[in-house]
Design a protein around this ligand. Structure first.
Ligand SMILES: Cc1cc2nc3c(=O)[nH]c(=O)nc-3n(C[C@H](O)[C@H](O)[C@H](O)COP(=O)(O)OP(=O)(O)OC[C@H]3O[C@@H](n4cnc5c(N)ncnc54)[C@H](O)[C@@H]3O)c2cc1C
Length: 387
């Protein structure tokens, strides 16, 4: 069948990889090319297992890195604690590494079968699944592009991220994001000197209300991330403003101040949010990745879920053969429990993300010590290595 995938991010490219041997696949991506800017993600859990099954784990692993751990520090630069990654990575059987989001995208592009038609600068405005459209062509779905053209195919998969343009059509009333009361900004910039100073440990500031991270992204670049609490009622995507960032996050740590001075004009800046959809498909339109079940960066598993969900969808479609709707229902039945478990974990960790008071900061410092207890390394693999 012909399949149109909306969004050439992580879920879209992973799905295209899996469907290409059996189907004619077109990917419509709104950006002019692969998205370069990015942040470091931890890759483990269900997506890791799926990437092994897909035969692409080595392509991703060679682009990743295993840090020694995290170093916490006070605004005067004093170290306040450490977490080592070693025990966690060992408990996960080595199925863990850190990787820049753009490297995941590049890795998926490197293994993308040639038969996939990947169109950049192709923004989808809507996918149509009205009762009239379904009555006219029950086994087809239509997407409308910004350039005024339409594409009709046997299946449309919306992989267009947490702010999906399609989710509201599949699950009316659920098109909006569900904000979690945080705003996050991040960027990469060249700074070999600071990269060498940061070395094998990510730096995280031990501060109240606002938190900064800095890490070496290879030998020559530094990645930074900034998080702050905001009104949870806000839903509109904020506009990146380097001067605001420099004002709001000054004084968290000398290394973070240095990185702030290099804030570019344009960078990733968005509300931390989940996507909730009580149903994932309608007729021949189905949601995948963040568009279906964004768990937010608080869960630390969005990329993993995006790859795992795409692979689960492809497997269910393969098993269902010509009975596409059966495959879509089976995908949701099998994959929703994993996605919802991860979303619950994201919500329950929300209040700990950025301490709101000195008392909460102290509590976090105590909880951090629990990570060095032997029991935690036995519990984590059971929690994260879901099928
Ligand atoms: C700061 C930060 C840190 C994170 N850390 C982690 C982590 O440690 N571990 C982890 O696993 N995850 C992490 N995540 C989450 C992770 O990045 C996402 O969950 C993951 O990228 C989801 O993949 P996706 O393909 O579903 O969506 P996306 O990666 O958002 O891709 C969607 C694609 O669709 C395109 N698109 C959007 N609208 C349209 C349209 N209308 N028409 C055509 N194309 C469109 C977009 O340009 C984009 O390329 C983090 C996220 C952030 C922001």
């Amino acid at each position: 069948m012909d399949v149109t995938i909306v969004g050439g991010g992580i879920a879209g490219l992973a799905l295209a990889h899996q469907l290409a041997p059996d189907h004619d696949v077109t990917v419509l991506e709104s950006s002019p090319g692969p998205r370069g800017g990015g942040y470091m993600i931890d890759f483990f859990g269900p997506g890791f297992v799926a990437a092994e099954r897909m035969g692409i784990i080595e392509e991703l692993r060679t682009r990743g890195h295993v840090f020694e751990g995290v170093r916490y520090a006070a605004p005067d630069g004093r170290e306040t604690g450490r977490i080592d990654v070693g025990p966690l990575a060992a408990a996960l059987g080595g199925r863990y590494f850190s990787i820049l989001r753009p490297e995941v995208e590049q890795g998926l592009l490197a293994v993308l079968p040639e038969s996939v038609q990947l169109r950049y600068d192709a923004r989808v405005l809507a996918a149509r699944s009205t009762p009239e459209a379904r009555a006219a062509a029950p086994d087809r779905a239509v997407v409308e592009l910004e350039d005024g053209t339409t594409i009709t195919s046997d299946l449309v998969v919306a992989c267009d991220g947490v702010r999906s343009a399609v989710r509201g059509t599949v699950a009316p009333g659920h098109g909006e994001i569900v904000p979690m009361g945080y705003r996050v900004a991040s960027y990469l910039y060249p700074d070999p000197e600071l990269a060498a100073e940061l070395g094998e440990r990510m730096l995280m500031t031990d501060t109240v209300g606002r938190v900064g991270w800095a890490y070496a992204a290879g030998d020559s670049r530094v990645g930074v991330m900034f998080a702050e609490r905001v009104d949870p009622a806000l839903t509109e995507r904020p506009t990146p403003d380097p001067e605001r960032l420099q004002r709001e996050f000054a004084g968290l740590h000398p290394a973070v101040d240095r990185a702030l001075a290099h804030a570019p004009e344009s960078f990733y800046d968005d509300l931390v949010a989940q996507a909730i959809a009580p149903r994932w498909s309608r007729g021949r339109i189905v949601l995948a990745g963040d568009a279906a079940h964004a768990p937010s960066l608080l869960a630390g598993l969005g990329t993993s879920l995006a790859i795992g969900g795409a692979e689960a969808l492809a497997r269910s479609l393969r098993a269902a053969g010509p009975h596409v709707e059966v495959g879509l229902a089976e995908y949701e039945r099998r994959w929703r429990p994993t996605a919802e478990k991860t979303q619950r974990a994201g919500r329950s960790s929300a209040s700990f993300f950025t301490p709101s008071s000195p008392g909460q900061l102290r509590l976090q410092q105590l909880l951090r010590r629990a990570f060095s207890l032997p029991g935690i390394t036995r519990v984590l693999p059971r929690t994260f290595l879901a099928p």
